[in-house]
Design a protein around this ligand. Structure first.
Ligand SMILES: [Zn+2]
Ligand SMILES: [Zn+2]
Length: 249
């Protein structure tokens, strides 16, 4: 057996750190999907725990790429820190994200006033950071409510039509395309429903169509870790629940 020593500068042998990072995210996502009882990481969970992308090189080009995929966007100039920054906040694929740009890279710096001493020395400049129109436009367009899983909007719904449905995870807008009706639930399936277990995942233990004119379905569910007693509820058979993992596909 011979040992191959990688040649120096052999790009094929060197692991690509970017690819490694993406694979890490995918592996983590897979692990979380396989273990719904494990708590989610806090990064990206809500606006106080945003995933931040620092756009230092070509900030406007990257902002133009990312913002159209975001919903519920807002923009602010942050003058609180030692560096003036521009933050675009929003939701991207259901995760809270923040795009950070240096104000000096993207804004026009305007001196709108000067504080002077009695002998006319400038003590302090009043500076206004003018946001570029293309950034404001992109943010305004992404402001329209859109489904956080498929991006459909009020005007451009899913093929076949869809309606807004309360998000069990409270992360934003969600359309009915990703939900299934209570009557199609199967035993051991893990789902989310706003009214059940505070929107946290539950395991379906039993589903039974109730005879009668109202066409109701009796559902027994329990929290995934089985730490609390099971619940029995009677719901309309078309009552919508979100299968764990998001899409019904
Ligand atoms: Zn959708
Ligand atoms: Zn839709």
């Amino acid at each position: 057996m011979t040992t191959t020593v990688p040649e120096q500068g052999d790009a094929a042998q060197a692991p690509d750190p970017r690819e490694g990072y993406i694979e890490g995210l995918e592996a983590l996502a897979q692990l979380l999907r396989e273990h719904p009882e494990v708590p989610l990481p806090s990064a990206g969970k809500d606006p106080n725990n945003s995933i931040t992308l620092y756009l230092f090189d070509e900030p406007l080009a990257h902002a133009r790429t990312l913002i159209p995929h975001m919903t519920g966007t807002s923009i602010e100039v942050d003058t609180a820190g030692s560096y003036y920054g521009v933050n675009v906040h929003g939701t991207l694929a259901g995760l809270s994200v923040r795009l950070y740009m240096k104000a000096e890279d993207v804004c026009e710096r305007r001196v709108t006033g000067r504080a002077t001493s009695p002998d006319d020395r400038v003590l302090q400049e009043v500076v206004e950071w003018q946001l570029p129109a293309e950034l404001l436009d992109a943010v305004a367009q992404a402001d329209e409510p859109a489904c956080r899983l498929c991006g459909c909007t009020e005007n451009e719904g899913c093929p076949g039509g869809c309606v807004w449905v309360p998000d069990p995870e409270g992360k934003g807008e969600l359309c009915s395309s990703h939900f299934i009706s209570a009557e199609t639930l199967v035993e051991q399936q893990i789902v989310r429903c706003v009214e059940w277990n505070d929107g946290d995942p539950v395991r379906i233990l039993r589903v039974q169509l109730v005879a009668g004119p109202d066409g109701e379905t009796s559902v027994r569910y329990q929290d995934v870790a089985a730490q609390h007693p099971a619940f029995d509820v009677l719901v309309d058979r078309h009552h919508l629940v979100l299968p764990a993992g998001g899409s019904r596909g």
